[in-house]
Design a protein around this ligand. Sequence first.
Ligand code: DUT
Ligand code: MG
Length: 621
Amino acid sequence: MTTDLDLKTTLSTRRIVGLWRMITGYRAIYAGAFLCIGLAAVCQTVFYFLLRYFTDDVLGVEAMRGQLAWVAAGFIGLALAQGLFTFMGGRWATMTSENVIRRLRDYLYDHVQRLTFAYHDKTPTGDLIQRSTSDVETMRRFLGEESVGLGRILSLFVVNFVGLLTLNPRLALISIVVVPLIVAVSIYFFRMIGKRYEIFQEEEAKLSTTLQENLSGVRVVRAFARQDFERQKFEVTNRGRYDSGRKLLVLHAVYWPSTDIIVGIQLIIGYAVGATMAINGEITVGTFLAYMGMLTWIMWPIRNVGRLIVQMSMALVSFDRVAEIIRVDREPLDAGTHRPDGPPHGEIVFDDVRFAYAEEMAVLNGITFRAEPGQVIALVGPTGSGKTSLVNLLPRFYEYQGSIRLDGVELRDYPRRYLREQIGFVLQEPFLFSRTIKENIMYGVHREVTDEDVYRAAQAAAVHDVILSFPDGYDTVVGERGVTLSGGQKQRVTLARTLLKDPAILILDDATSSVDTETEAAIREALQELIPGRTTFIIAHRVQTVMSADLILVLEKGRIVQSGTHAELLEQEGIYRRIYELQSQIEDELQQDLAAAHAAAGSNGHYRTPERQSADTAALD
Ligand code: DUT
Ligand code: MG
């Protein structure tokens, strides 16, 4: 049952309250588990009472021989009942913890993908992974196993202590003289271990981050032959984790023997006093036997209380670490007052827009322009000038200052979901999932599409033939059996994905940067057909790509320094003309070189006859 439990408020409360609320929906069964554990403890103690009865009243008394069978049946019955209760208790607790944690994991996964870009920009992936795996696992162990242990210990202690009180109050009091000492020692370690464990988890998160970065950057590492550097970096992090792990273990190592000694002293005192009383005839032999048994079962919980306290402190630390993520506000997808029924016309107006990733470091400043519906807007400018940042504002990936209006309505008034459904984005860094190419292309579409639609999108992106050349065609799984795509192929698959979505507003962030000029021309032609009717933003470095745009914006250091059509911009002094001239020049030179190479190849072919060749060689000598 996945109730609509609001985990955010749940985990934002104090820890114990939060844990209690987390088990909503499973409380009855969880309480049942603890009831069983308590009953198992009762069986344990009743066992000793039966033992006393057997020793004192049955064993030495001729007339009671008839009772033997009953006593035997009693022992067996108690053992069976105890086993059954323990089993049920464990089962129900596990059931609770598995379900509660499954619910938490689902929630976390969903939550993490709904956090803002700004949050992900500053949070290492390894840290998020550590919290959603290791910390959640610690919580699961606590709910399912350790809390059961805690219940067992508490009930064994209480039941046996009550048993001892009815047996002999003096003995009962003697058997708990060391409890305050043990509690004091345990609380001390509880604090210390909690702190250490937090550090340990942080170290481990660093280790995951390092590993994850190394794996995703595996090509860079190799290309620069930086394996040794990476190894050393890892060794440092790993050493940090080792050190914090060692300190944690030392604490454990000191804790155990010290409580063992205290418990040992207690047992000696208890046995000595009990034996003396039995010898003096103050208690019967049966009482002494029962006392010894119960004393062991009082000491066992006391001895273990520390372990559980330690586990509890780790669980609470993990609880806090998970709660920290959950408390982060999600990006509201559906908040917004303006909800049109259909797609927008696509008129976009920027009015003095300012934007910064971090306070005080403006990346965009005073951006003002207007895009009519269906127009093609091109953004050009040096790297780092803010082109990607500008288009990132349209789907509201980030918050901005100033005003951006779509069809005359402020972007902030639209639900983000609407904007993202209407805007098709080819991101600068193409990313494909480890699924089939077809699934990758169909990723963003919400309507029914046929295979033909998929093929048409791929054709427009000039990648259809490439896909067909793979052994499994469109069913080729990306990243499996060594089938990876080249940068340009990936880029074109992501382009097909966006074209298939058929959005009202299209954003192409350097969508053809890794594609050769010829292929790019083919894509451009296909786009010309697709573009009419939709407002399109094109970011590109090649002037050819942007030449035909209705409006070209030239960005530099976050400002629009020039704007107009290709013809208008060419008439002005400025970056645009410089870029254009430079690129034309390069292209001309390239043409000349090609022609020259061609000519040379032709003439060589003509007069590289054997005689001539030997003459060449001779001349060289
Ligand atoms: N920037 C950040 N944080 C980010 C992304 C970028 O601080 O998450 C900075 C880097 C740069 C500026 O913002 O100084 C503009 O970056 P943007 O990516 O918008 O530049 P671009 O025009 O798209 O450059 P390129 O042509 O290299 O893609
Ligand atoms: Mg960019």
